[in-house]
Each structure stands twice: as structure tokens, then as C-alpha cells.
Design a protein around this ligand. Structure first.
Ligand code: MG
Ligand code: ZN
Length: 220
């Protein structure tokens, strides 16, 4: 019985996500769901990406958090229109939260939307929001075994951004093992090794995002 209820909720979420996707397509906005654990560096990655993306895209951001607007305040400083969603303790964003938030964003003058999800590797994976692309941030300090321990998250992502690469010498993180696990689950996954702190590898991620957006835009 419990399982049926959960499936129904997910089905309802998926149908709202489809509507969001149609609205984003109509507006020419390429939407990226940014996932990862708390502290993996999602917000810092966006800050660093902004330096590489600013002249090439018109970005907007939806920031999902349990409480506070600390991350949204950081992103707003980048000059990108930002909307905060507070989930009131909820551990993931849902499509209906995004459909409300998007009404307050200038979609007509944006062409790329980042949705920074709540820090969580579990239920965020099963909730579509209306995104065209998913990226998961996994930091060196979390351990390479996260990939095999949370398979749905890594199966469903387009890219795995291994962050805090500058800290690798101080950890037991095995990059080869992480890559093997990720490709076993998801043969098409793009893997980037970056440090959002030092800026290493960020240009490659920015180039990839711009190319993905252009390919999508041309195929519409
Ligand atoms: Mg954050
Ligand atoms: Zn949740």
C-alpha cells in the first residue's frame, strides 16, 4: 500500500515536471538540475562557473534549501536573477515548487537556468523538476564509494563533477575506482575533475554546458 502511494506521488510529480519542461522549451531556457550532498560544493561551483559563462549565456538560478537564503544571497551577487525556494525542512525539490518559482524569473530574457537542489543523494534523484540536464557534484572529501552506495543518483545524471580535486592528496579517494563505478552504472556519463576553490577544470565544464545548450537549441 505504501509503495502504491509513493508511486502515485512520483507520477503526479513527473506530470508537473513535463509541464515545466514544456514551459522552459517554449521560453528557450535550457534547465540544469544541480545535485549532490550538503557541502559537496554546488554553490561554489555555480559561482566559479559564472566567471566562465557570463558573456556566453543569460543565466538564472533557483536555489533550493531547507531554510535560510544564504546560498541565494551568494548567487545574487553574480548578477544572475535568483529565486529562493525554502522547502521548510523538506529534503528535496519537487516539480510544483519549480513551477511556482519560475513565475518569478525573467524566463523571456534568460536562456540557461540552474536549479540547485537540496543537498541530498537519495530522493532528489527520483524527483524530476523539468530539467534537460542533470549534474551531480561529488567532492573528494566524501569518498569514492558514494557512487556505488547511491546508484540511482549516478545512473540518472548526465555528468559527474568530481570537486575539491585540490584536496585529493590528503584523502584516500580513488579516482579510478570512482570512474569505473560511475561508467558501470552509466556508460554515457561525462566525468569532470575540478576544484571550485582554485578554478581547476571549471572552463571545461563551462564549455561542455554551453555546447549542450547549443545542441539542444539547434534541435528544437
Ligand atoms: Mg549550496
Ligand atoms: Zn526528500
Amino acid at each position: 500500500m505504501e509503495v502504491v502511494v509513493t508511486q502515485d506521488i512520483l507520477k503526479a510529480n513527473d506530470s508537473i515536471a513535463e509541464q515545466n519542461l514544456a514551459a522552459f522549451d517554449e521560453a528557450g531556457v535550457y534547465t540544469v538540475n544541480v545535485l549532490g550532498s550538503p557541502g559537496s560544493g554546488k554553490t561554489t561551483l555555480l559561482e566559479k562557473l559564472a566567471e566562465k559563462l557570463n558573456n556566453r549565456v543569460k543565466a538564472a538560478v533557483i536555489e533550493g534549501d531547507l531554510a535560510t537564503s544564504k546560498d541565494a544571497e551568494r548567487i545574487e551577487k553574480l548578477g544572475w536573477p535568483t529565486i529562493q525556494i525554502n522547502t521548510g525542512g523538506g529534503c528535496h525539490l519537487e516539480a510544483n515548487m519549480v513551477s511556482s518559482a519560475m513565475k518569478n524569473l525573467p524566463l523571456d530574457t534568460s536562456n540557461l537556468l540552474f536549479i540547485e537542489n537540496v543537498g541530498n543523494l537519495v530522493c532528489t534523484a527520483s524527483h524530476k523538476l523539468g530539467e534537460r540536464l542533470r549534474i551531480v557534484v561529488l567532492s573528494a572529501t566524501e569518498g569514492d564509494d558514494k557512487v556505488s552506495k547511491y546508484p540511482p543518483m549516478f545512473q540518472k545524471t548526465n555528468a559527474l563533477i568530481m570537486n575539491k580535486a585540490d584536496l585529493l592528496p590528503y584523502t584516500d579517494f580513488d579516482v579510478d575506482r570512482m570512474e569505473e563505478d560511475a561508467r558501470r552504472l552509466n556508460p554515457d556519463v561525462e566525468i569532470f575533475k575540478v576544484s571550485a576553490r582554485t578554478g581547476e577544470g571549471i572552463a571545461e565544464v563551462a564549455d561542455w554546458l554551453v555546447a549542450k545548450r547549443e545542441t539542444w537549441f539547434a534541435s528544437r
